[in-house]
Design a protein around this ligand. Sequence first.
Ligand SMILES: Nc1ncnc2c1ncn2[C@@H]1O[C@H](COP(=O)(O)OP(=O)(O)O)[C@@H](O)[C@H]1O
Ligand SMILES: [Mg+2]
Length: 465
Amino acid sequence: MKQPSRRRRGVILTLKGWDKFQAAKTQTEFNENAGDCFSLEELSDRTRLALHTISRIQGRLEPVDKSSLQSAFAAFNLELCKEDYTQPNPPDDLELRHTNPQYDWGEAPDVSVFYGRSLELVQLGEWVLEERCRLIALLGIGGIGKTTLAVKLGLQVQAEFEAVVWRSLQNAPSLEEILTSILQFLQWVLRKEIVIPESFDGKLSKLMECLINHRCLVILDNVETILSHAGQAGQCCSGFERYGQLLKRIGEVPHKSCLLLTSREKPREMVFLEGDRTAVKSLLLKGLNSAEGQQLFQQKGQFTGTEQEWQLLINHYGGNPLALKMVAAGTQELFNGKVAPVLQYVEQGILIFDDIRDLLERQFQRLSAIEEEVMYWLAINREPVSLVELTANVVTFSSQRLVPSAIKSLLQRSLIEKKGEHFFLQPVVMEYARQRWIEQVCQEIQDRGIQNAQTPTSHSLLSDR
Ligand SMILES: Nc1ncnc2c1ncn2[C@@H]1O[C@H](COP(=O)(O)OP(=O)(O)O)[C@@H](O)[C@H]1O
Ligand SMILES: [Mg+2]
């Protein structure tokens, strides 16, 4: 028997309501908690609401009773007004994707299992809906959740668009192919007599015409596929330079649509277009926090660990959801779901699950010699370092002047992170880089004989420590 469609009762905060709540919370944290964020438990005490209700309220995806919102607001001396809450989107994500033929979600993955990212969704929602940004990039290391977040965001905002079209560049299609496929879809959906031009320029102009006259959301996933492995990060591969033209046109020409892209590296064109006042934005995705990471584990089965063990494990993998999923599977298979023994291995730097190695290896293969050297140096040094320290410690004088641009490029590739003036590696990246470097040194020693092992990239790094 066909199930009647599930009615979702309750309400969620609007962006406006969420902003109001966050502002009051931040002010109270400042006044009463020395500026530190309230933990979920503290919020629960203060609002007299259950922990999961607080998470739902802040996440804005799952509905709650209106009275719960009122309690949450009252706890911060706010009154809940009509514009602060709304009905949530109807059914679940998969149903949403198929409810309307205006939305072509192509091969976008299912995102019904989704944790965290409430801040990111609010920020992105503002860029798309309020600031009407024309070009937005979701950036970050492989597996951090770019594709998943892009789908989630798309589903949340799709009702605001006349057409939504998702295409992946994973198999490196030419821009002409992509343009034709997008135009074919728009032709149908906008019920327009769009004659698809033969020439590339004609197709690009036709697309721009659609984006100017209709509000469309175009999502391009896996843009790093068409970016070059060689040289500085973010340049289009030879033969794919036209994608650069597309980004430039979409970022520069006023129109009412939005191109959302996901990529491990920031395309070069965006670097020039981006700025506070422009309609071009990018968001660098960080990992999930400990509570969200735990939820991801729980979805795979039963696990046991103390709060501190969880925190160590999840931090070690930088909250990378793909890495965590793999670790969850390994922890189930090898350690009966116990976190403590996994941590013992992790702390000795022994255990890196194979799939994560593959993921990182693919990222490393894209690096230039100087980028690789900087990675190794950061891995061996372990502590965060400033640009000045890094430059001073790079071995050859000729490569010293390349350090700033290598750092820039590594940041764009999301392989290094920056806090204040200092650069550092996520623990799992650091462990991987150390192992890779050791393997390289061993290989060189084997190849040349111990006396002659003097390559600048690896051996002299060793001599300093
Ligand atoms: N917020 C999230 N909640 C739950 N699972 C997630 C989340 N983000 C990513 N994942 C899972 O992690 C894996 C990698 O995510 P994905 O979006 O493909 O990463 P990326 O596109 O950055 O390489 C996928 O299996 C996805 O389902
Ligand atoms: Mg992806």
